[in-house]
Design a protein around this ligand. Structure first.
Ligand SMILES: [Zn+2]
Length: 188
């Protein structure tokens, strides 16, 4: 089998970006093109690598701020829960009522960690954008990247929070999508 040719790689500049509606709320006036850094972090045993593809998407003045805001991933949420755990543990230890006496051994940290996890998950569940805004973070994100060792990107998957914007993006990029190098999905 022949090694895959670089001609299959994606041409980032050839990606066509519909500019007639805000990619977050869908508003059709008061638009400006804002560079949107789409980031994908890969975790490896020792450190990780990060790939950023910056594309200019249209935003209205109300949604412009969401362009650089990367959504907090599962790892970030776990980190928040962990910090909250230590804050709660600190509180429990210095509470006048001795909870440690009621919940022996590992029970106390386990109970506190469960509370921290529930609070964190609950917070992110409740944190919803106000319609027609579709996202409080970037309305477009990089879901996955297929890259050759040489650095050529042979597959790019973008996620969109706005359904109708995703539809116009799909229509504008039919060729690249049909060739398999570009794909999209609905997020949120
Ligand atoms: Zn908007």
């Amino acid at each position: 089998m022949q090694p895959s040719s670089t001609s299959d790689s994606i041409d980032i500049d050839a990606i066509r970006i519909p500019d007639d509606a805000c990619c977050n709320c869908g508003r059709q006036n008061d638009l400006s093109i804002v560079p949107t850094p789409l980031k994908k972090t890969r975790f490896m045993l020792l450190g990780g690598s990060e790939l950023t593809v910056t594309l200019g998407f249209p935003y209205c003045s109300g949604c412009e701020k969401t362009a650089p805001k990367h959504a907090i991933g599962a790892f970030g949420k776990l980190l928040i829960a962990f910090v909250l755990f230590w804050i709660l543990m600190f509180g429990v230890i210095f509470m006048p009522f001795n909870l440690a006496a009621v919940l022996p051994g590992a029970m106390l940290p386990l109970a506190v960690f469960s509370v921290a996890l529930v609070v964190t998950v609950g917070y992110f569940r409740l944190r919803q954008p106000k319609p027609p805004k579709t996202s409080l973070d970037q309305p477009v994100m990089l879901r996955s990247v297929k890259q050759l060792f040489g650095g050529d990107i042979v597959g790019l998957r973008l996620g969109f929070s706005n359904t109708s914007y995703k539809r116009s993006f799909d229509e504008a990029n039919q060729l690249q999508i049909a060739s398999g190098v570009l794909s999209t999905e609905q997020v949120g």
